[in-house]
Ligand binder design. Sequence first.
Ligand SMILES: [Zn+2]
Length: 108
Amino acid sequence: MSASSRALHECECSVCQQQTDPEIAPYHRQINLLLSRLNEPQRRWYVAVLSQEPGAPSDVELARITGLDEKTIWRGRQELEADLLNAPLHRQCAEGGGRPVAEKKTRP
Ligand SMILES: [Zn+2]
């Protein structure tokens, strides 16, 4: 077993702290669950995308939810705006590249 580098972040937003909305807490937990499986750049890009959704929480709020720094979220947004041109690509999937997408037309 490898040591897990990142524990699941517990959301620190006011909604989760005060448990005012039973639907928000599981959603924020899922965000953090997903984040725990992503690497560092992927985490900030994901949160950067979240921050641009309609009705998205502010960066301050997102920082509380995800544990990421506001500056990190801002940086993720800058990188996305630049089409991730400066972000290095990791060649992890070189072996299985070009796997055909199975297209089943069982439903109309
Ligand atoms: Zn929350």
